[in-house]
Design a binder for this molecule. Sequence first.
Ligand SMILES: [Zn+2]
Length: 195
Amino acid sequence: MTRCLNCGAERDVDQCEACGLTSTAAEMTLRQKLLNRTAIFLVGAIAFVAASERYPALELDGILIFIGILFFLTLGLAMWVERRALRHAEVEAMKRIYYGLIPLPWLLAILLLANGSLDRFPTHIEQARVIGKFSMPGPMANRRLIVTSWREGRRFERIPVDRGDFDRVSRGDVVDVQMHEGLVGIPWVAGVSLK
Ligand SMILES: [Zn+2]
């Protein structure tokens, strides 16, 4: 007994009684669906990166590591499902997990956008001393100021900044960091200014 790759119904013969597709046709349909959903997932990941740059969270690096792991797990799962589909093996459970992961980058992007754009809490200023700078060039350019932390139990903060702020500030400067609470409690950085 196997399940139809298209509709998931159990079938004893080559042609599925529920949807009418043969096992080969069902395999083609499944692979097309996997491709479409992977495209939706990839665009979602781009939307997430754009949202994370618009309202950069104080913990941006941790969030990016989390989304990176999610990204490769999801793509790995898609490849695994496709390989099994090629052999006409059972994929139903893994396929559902995969479909469940597709909207995640979109939801996280919306969460970060709402967290920043609907934030009505007043800006609060934190003073910090710049102890290092870090930038990674490329299409997903990353610029961080490493500053002394104002939070208890932490020594450093890695502040995501835009190019203007990054170039203006030097190591040893004392800066005002403009912090926002965030609508859903994800603190984010509006910018830094020199004392
Ligand atoms: Zn079927």
